[in-house]
Design a protein around this ligand. Structure first.
Ligand code: ADP
Ligand code: MG
Ligand code: MG
Length: 892
């Protein structure tokens, strides 16, 4: 037989699937001997059964009644007993804490009779009627569906009538009158009466929690957070304790450490003579927890002891709710507390110092995403003030700019050198130019997967979305904040994409201490305990000890190479050569393309050679002693030619003026026309260029080979590797490799040194992955180009997807995240696995890495670790993130 109900004494924190987060932790505290008001939990399984059939599963009510009888027996009074009522709370609690679920109902068991009994036994008539009116209101709104504003209005009306400001100034008889008003209101609105039977109150409250699982807000939240829809929620039924019985009572919230900084200490708020949410509702001023020591030393000491117990037991920062009833302390909730990225690092280091967790556990407790957040510049916390609005922190970082309300305005102002923040209700692909021009994007609608969020993250642009308190009036070019502040176009605001907040005016920025440390080793050694820089340094050191994956950087310039090295890169996994063909050198490339004879082409290539050689010398020097993987030219050549329209206009204008058009322009236009491709991404590029354009590969290889010799004679230890892009068949690679080896042999002979440059290939086409066993015959290493491999596997281009239909795909659930952000394990990942297995079958010592952007993505790093790669390569800025995640992956 299935069991649907567990007493708090029977559960534990490992039972969150069944008992929910709140229930399993209540059980854990009970087991630890902490003072938890007794109660029981109705399982999420009962909820699932209810949702499937639409009715209570058989036997549920009998089980609830049996547990209720147990509670009554231990309390020595029954639920709603007229002369001395036992009262209960009914609290929802799913496995993951979730907004949108039913609000807790307190004081179940009160009715027209028991309210009198409660007044008598408590000796506090006002307290009894206040509790009753709260129950009628909560049950009336959450269970019976009356709009809660109707209750609020009656309450406000009564206060006006009595000429009082505050609830606490209403007398017992005022509140009794209010109860009557509420009950009438319920009858009027629903045709139903407020249930006087305590058992019926309990039953309906439990079923209402079940139903709230499918409430609109809860469903929306689950979709946004990727929480499964079929988990269901548990329900906790618990004996009431009262913090609102006078000055010797109260309720509070506490953290065992500071959730903002991770430092140890006592953090929390306390509100005397208060119940439930009063302490966080902001209706009266709370006092800091330290003040409780003065008010009630015994409860304070007890609380400190329990907090220590909980932190030792959970071995983590705990978040706690408690209530004091006439000098007796009760624990009402605990969970492992949410924390900032900074707190996560500091806390992990401190807990390890205290011996509560091992260094490996400390590493597992922090994340690359958190580290990335700590590397952005931040607003000076002392200067932020109150926020205009809060929204979803969609893309981290801090930005200041003037507000604009459409894409065109953003582009115009940005072109004039102004920093702008684009504000929209939500963005569409039409807003793309404005998003590119803006420092930050702010929307009033949409979540983490809205168009604005996805595109901004892709561009590394600050974004806060779904700031629902804002009314954005695009027509009138202004937005209005919740407090009525009107912000017109042209006003300066500050957007915090890490915290999801927007501030009026320009908030000063401070550099990240973590970046300063990574750049030059400064920082750390804080005065009080572990500081965030120390904590980051320790996590990285641990990661470096345990990780198997090497971490390299994608860098095309000596400056980037130097920075990457400081950030801990163990080489360059991708040195692109295309930017080396831009700028002044474009002319030489044009000459190469336009060359009518071999001699002309050779001349152009010969002019490019020394320039290329200089590029490589600089990079090899910066990375001396470490591998540098240089990729031969990849993009289609017409990318180096002027724009077609521009040329055509220039020629047509000359002709219209009756002049002879420039001969060079005409030749260029001819070349542009010849080279036009419908799908350049799938056209003449990569290895195909090398095979079709004579002399190109030879020039690049000569530049590399000569740079290596130059570095060798300067006493360096250059380790160049030559990488061929976009290979789909082993024969392509065989031809290019022969050419590479011919040139290297020539240079070796001439210079009298042995040049040992491994030749490998990118794996970025499905065909390459599927024939990796053959390709490995010619390749000394593989490097997965996961950007192109994702595009070619899915058959779509990244730019088009992101601009056009990305958010639609997320909304429809085709994507849960961008396959360009987190590697698509199912499809692209499968190709990676095949290529690794078959490549190594041919060549057991094949070195394998990845150089797509996925190399710096935490989830993807874990995949590459499992897939058995030797290294990941990512942008210099992501190197520390990849080091940390490679370490965490090794611990799994
Ligand atoms: P949430 O999930 O929103 O935290 P809770 O179930 O914790 O909701 O309850 C809301 C408020 O009611 C909290 O302040 C909690 O401490 C209080 N509360 C819940 N159960 C009881 C109880 N049995 N006695 C007194 N206060 C309670
Ligand atoms: Mg709570
Ligand atoms: Mg590529």
């Amino acid at each position: 037989m299935v069991r649907y109900v567990y007493d708090f004494t029977e559960g534990g924190r490992d039972m969150a699937d069944l008992l929910g987060g709140k229930g399993s932790n209540l059980a854990e505290m009970t087991r630890l001997g902490l003072p938890v008001p007794p109660g029981f939990t109705v399982t999420s399984e009962a909820c699932r059964a209810f949702l499937e059939t639409g009715s209570e599963p058989a036997g549920l009510w009998e089980e609830v009644s049996a547990h209720l009888a147990g509670l009554e027996a231990s309390a020595g009074r029954s639920l709603g007993q007229p002369d001395d009522p036992l009262l209960l709370s009914v609290r929802s609690g799913a496995k993951f804490s979730m907004p949108g679920m039913m609000e807790t109902i307190l004081d179940i068991g009160l009715n027209d009779d028991s309210v009198l009994g409660l007044a008598k036994v408590s000796g506090n008539e006002r307290f009894a009627w206040d509790s009753y009116r709260r129950l009628v209101q909560m049950l009336g709104s959450t269970v019976m569906g009356v709009d809660s504003s109707r209750f609020e209005r009656s309450l406000a009306l009564l206060k006006d009538l009595r000429g009082v400001q505050d609830d606490v100034h209403l007398t017992a008889s005022d509140l009794a009158e209010l109860v009557e008003t509420y009950k009438n209101l319920i009858h009027l609105e629903t045709g139903d009466h407020f249930p006087q039977s305590p058992a019926e109150q309990l039953r309906r409250a439990i079923l209402a929690v079940f139903e709230s699982w499918n409430g609109e807000r809860a469903r929306l939240y689950r979709r946004r957070e990727h929480i499964a829809d079929d988990l269901g929620t548990a329900v906790n039924v618990q004996r009431m304790v009262f913090g609102n019985l006078g000055a010797d009572s109260g309720s509070g919230v506490a953290f065992t450490r500071d959730p903002a900084t991770g430092r140890s200490g006592l953090y929390g708020d306390y509100l005397p003579d208060a119940q439930g949410e009063d302490v966080v509702a902001g209706i009266r001023n709370t006092v800091p927890l330290a003040e409780l020591k003065r008010l009630d030393a015994r409860s304070y000491d007890g609380l400190r002891t329990h907090m220590r117990t909980l932190e030792r037991h959970y071995r983590d920062l705990c978040d706690i709710e408690f209530t004091i009833e006439r000098g007796t302390l009760w624990m009402l909730q605990t969970r492992v507390g949410k924390r900032t990225a900074e707190a996560a690092f500091v806390l992990a280091a401190e807990l390890a110092d205290e011996g509560l967790i091992t260094p490996d556990e400390a590493l597992a407790r922090v994340s690359g995403e958190g580290l990335a957040r700590l590397m952005f510049p931040r607003f000076d916390a002392s200067a932020t003030g109150t926020a205009l609005a809060h929204g979803v922190p969609a893309s981290p970082g801090a930005a200041v700019g003037t507000v604009v309300f459409d894409s065109a305005q953003a582009v115009r102002r940005a072109a004039a050198g102004e920093k702008v923040v684009l504000v929209r209700q939500e963005t569409t692909p039409d807003d793309l130019p404005g998003m590119i021009a803006a420092q930050a994007v702010l929307t009033s609608r949409g979540g983490k997967t809205s168009h604005a969020a996805v595109v901004a993250r892709g561009m590394g642009k600050v974004c806060v979305c779904g700031a629902e308190e804002l009314t954005v009036d695009t027509e009138a070019r202004r937005f209005t904040a919740a407090d009525g502040t009107v912000v017109e176009e042209g006003t300066v605001v500050s957007v915090d994409g890490s915290a999801g907040a927007v501030y009026a005016g320009s908030v000063p920025l401070v550099d990240s201490a973590v970046i300063r440390y990574l750049e030059d080793g400064r920082g750390g050694g804080g005065s009080q305990g572990v500081d965030v820089v120390d904590a980051v340094a320790r996590a990285l050191a641990r990661a470096d000890t345990v990780r198997r994956l090497e971490v390299r950087a994608n860098a095309d310039t000596p400056e980037d190479a130097v920075r990457a090295r400081r950030f801990g890169a163990q080489g360059i996994g991708l040195c692109r050569t295309e930017h080396m063909f831009l700028g002044d050198r474009r002319k030489l490339v044009e000459q190469m393309i336009l060359a009518g004879t071999d001699a002309e082409r050779d001349r152009a290539l010969a002019d490019l050679l020394p320039l290329q050689r200089r590029d490589f010398v600089g990079i090899l020097e910066a990375m001396d002693g470490l591998p540098v993987t240089i990729r031969l030219l990849d993009p289609p050549l017409h990318e180096f030619l002027p724009d077609h329209t521009e040329l055509a206009v220039r020629i047509a204008t000359a002709q219209a003026r009756g002049e002879e058009p420039d001969a060079h322009d005409v030749a260029l236009l001819g070349a542009v026309n010849r080279m036009h491709e419908e799908n350049p991404m799938l056209g003449l590029r990569g290895v195909r260029l090398g095979l079709v354009v004579p002399g190109l590969v030879a020039m690049q290889v000569r530049a590399i080979g000569e740079a290596v010799t130059e570095r060798l004679s300067a006493g360096g230890a250059p380790q160049a590797e030559i990488m061929v892009p976009l290979v789909g068949d082993v024969r392509e690679l065989r031809l290019v490799r022969a050419e590479v080896q011919r040139v290297l042999a020539e240079i070796s002979r001439a210079a009298g040194v042995v040049l040992d440059c491994p030749v490998g290939t990118m794996i970025e086409l499905p065909r390459a992955a599927l024939t990796a066993g053959r390709i490995a015959e010619e390749a000394e290493f593989f490097s997965f180009g996961t950007n192109d491999l994702t595009q070619t596997t899915w058959g779509f281009s990244r730019d088009d997807v992101e601009a056009e239909f990305f958010s639609a795909y997320l909304d429809k659930g085709v994507f849960s995240t961008s396959p360009f952000e987190a590697l698509d394990r199912e499809g692209v990942g499968r190709l990676v696995n095949i290529a690794v297995a078959e490549g190594r079958a041919t060549r057991p010592d094949l070195k394998i890495g990845v150089c797509g952007e996925h190399g710096g993505d935490p989830d993807s790093v874990h995949f590459f670790h499992t897939a058995g790669l030797d290294y990941v390569s990512c942008s210099p800025f992501r190197v520390p993130v990849a080091r940390l995640e490679a370490g965490r992956a090794a611990l799994e």
